[in-house]
Design a protein around this ligand. Sequence first.
Ligand code: RFL
Ligand code: PHB
Length: 392
Amino acid sequence: MRTTVGIIGGGPAGLLLARLLHRTGVDCVVLEARTREYVEQRQRAGMLEQGTVDALHEAGAAERLHAEGLIHQGIELRFDRERHHIDFPTLTGGRTVTIYAQTEIVKDLVALQLAEGPRLLFEAEALAIEKPDSESPVVRFRHEGREQTLACDWVVGCDGFHGIARDTFPDTLGRTYERDYPYSWLGILADVAPSCEELIYARGQGGFALHSMRSPHVSRLYLQVPNGTDTEDWSDDRIWDELADRFAIDADWTLRRGPITAKSVTPMRSFVHEPMRYGRLLLAGDAAHIVPPTGAKGLNLAVSDVRVLARAFAELRRTKSEQLLDSYSDMCLARVWQATRFSYDMTKMLHAQPDRDVFENRLQLARLRRIAASRHAAAELAANYTGLPLLM
Ligand code: RFL
Ligand code: PHB
């Protein structure tokens, strides 16, 4: 098999890149290790920046997103039993965010790609990338019980944090920067209407909690838990009681409860791999960088990477210039580090310290009070949350 751009991974980064390339006439093939059912059910992100919505629109994949996505004008911060509304349009000159689940984005992109192309192979696991520093790299993969090869002009690793593309970089070229956090998130999906129109980021006595949603009938909620937590130790009642406690305020408000349909635990990590290019191999999305979900940036960063890449390949096709491909890594990393900083700050500000450091505790409250009291501080949060401009 042969193609111009070989894409490893059919998550949001790989699928959207394929779609954008297809629309500019650049030939590509997507290899996805898992089944279609598996990638369509994987519960993950939900908050989309305007730039992400625009990219899906440009890709012709936003019909259902426009019809079913929930537009949000702000978020609520809760601490000290008080609520504070952060109003995005007033603070950012009109920007908003949209709630639409990653599972739905993946379903929309898969359906389009299977109907209109380019080629998308499920249960096609990439095993190795050969000669990435030459003009004709090759991806070796296993599909339908046998090993095959995909000859490419370029290879893009969109294979997530546990993929193989990043490991292809020589040790002398690649460098990683990382931070683990001493807590995880227990996430649930529940068949109950959201308890508030907005996302709530709460710093309760027992730790952080987040109220989000998937539709007018389905709530998505998260609780800070210790690393190594087993969902078996968390009965439905225990989860609801703990959530209610962390969201509690002095005003009249109650958390709606309902049947829990999914439970999972996610550790929190920051990770950046530099550079994002080695020869004719480029990395995009979680393959190159991970952020803790407190800033809701992971999916949005994956989308901004592939927007830059799609433009770079379009320019290469049109003008034969590799200039944008040459600046790809630096351009993305500038944005990645801003999102890494913001996600780190949000995480540190809102989670309870397992060591109960009382000094840190006071600093967290001081930061939150500053945001509640100062338009300037709130505007800085709103600008980062709704998404910094794509610098190109
Ligand atoms: P993905 O989604 O991990 O997709 C990678 C794909 O590559 C496949 N693969 C391979 N295929 C072929 N050969 C191989 N050798 C392969 N190895 C792997 C995998 O099967 C998979 O299909 O990476 P991508 O596309 O870069 O997308 C990144 C996003 O999924 C991720 O950043 C977000 O989900 C992060 N995230 C959030 N981001 C947001 O922007 N807003 C949010 O609100 C948000 N909430 C979250 C999140 C992530 C969470 N978890 C579970 C980590 C909430 C949570 C709880
Ligand atoms: C979600 O809806 O899953 C979500 C929203 C905001 C976050 C993280 C996750 O910061």
